[in-house]
Design a protein around this ligand. Sequence first.
Ligand SMILES: [Zn+2]
Length: 470
Amino acid sequence: MNRFYSLVIITSFFLACTQKPTSDALEYDFSIKGASIIDVETGEIKPNQTILVNADGRILIPSKEMPWTSRQKIEGKGKFIIPALWDMHVHFRGGEELIGENKALLSQYIAYGVTTVRDAGGDLTSSIRQWEKEIESGNLVGPKIFTSGPKIDGPEARWAGSLEVSNEAEIDQALDSLESLKVDYIKLYDSKLSGEMYLTILEKAEKRGLKVSGHMPFTVMLQDAIDRKVTSIEHLYYVLKGCSSKEKEITEKIRKGELGFWGSMAQLIESFDEEVAKERFTSMAQNGVFVVPTLHIGNVLSYLDQVDHSNDPNLSLIGQGIQETYQGRIKSAMGASKEAIENRHNLHQKFRTLIPKLQKAGVKLLAGSDGGAYNSYVYPGYSLHQELAIMVESGLTPLEALQTATLNGTEFFDLSADLIKVKNGSTTDLLILTGNPLENIKNTQAIDGLILNGKYLSKGDLQKLLVKPN
Ligand SMILES: [Zn+2]
């Protein structure tokens, strides 16, 4: 993926070299006239702007005096322009037989204005590489993909395709193999990974300059992961653990096998300590640790007992094979005791209270849906908008929520924020909305069109991408 962005950086220096003059006016492929441009960094709204776009996606905001023409005119009056969105936690997985169904998800991201995704590990890396080529050459409609490749976990890992490590030599081998796959970052999973191996991976990865995201074994203290420069923490279980005044005691019980992951949650909630949380969050902010809360999927999975999803409009867009992978989580939710269900609800609500506290401490949040096979009823593209909405319901401002799906993504990958700003020379994909998302975050769903890699897709074109798989 990095290759794509380096290309963008190089080409954007040649702004204005490719436009052909017609008489004295330069001709562009598209113009959007009269729209309001939202600066997702500052929240500033510039009304009544003209945006010119070339076929290579480069943007020019012309001065009043500059003469121009365009082959296609897009009405911008009453509309709001933001950079297209990034989903920072998705999955492509489920084995060879689900390759086709995973591929069919790609265009759904685009239909919802999500033009960049971060794949958080799976068993379809070679297919992802193939799709990336097809997308880049214009033969496939889909987002730009950052991928971790296979996850690293311990022996007999939960997820197929994981690289299993139980000693230092195996860690070196796993990191070698991921580097040769040119993955964009490393994803750790905690089904069988020991705390010692987890901390060793962080140390070794840092020496190689690799970013590491993930779950964290509950045998590890959160501050130890922060001190060893974990790049991002996926989900809030691990964050909550580090906010407990009894973390040490609880961790010790988990190490001895006296307490399990789920079993510890009630104690963690009970021993949540504002001062400890503040200290931990400040340390995370100082060390540049990102957090991916994945609240929407938490909401969906926590309330499977109450919500019937069988008539979800987006369910029919999911292939039969992927729908079958939903059964595991559904069955376990249905079989859960009344007490377990109540605990799950409490946990979800507790997680939501962490959002404004993390933001206030300066921790960078990333919007991630966790959509993909096995993650029941979390739909590609659609779910990212739900994630933004629940972040706002939990205490972020709409601008802060927008940043989690735009700016903060570029920051995670050390890319220039200029890449996604709606400004001269940028090649960012543009999302055209009929409502102001800073007034109501749900307006990110009021999509009127998208400019993707220099091509204009109207609302009708986008809806045509929501096709049922064969
Ligand atoms: Zn995930």
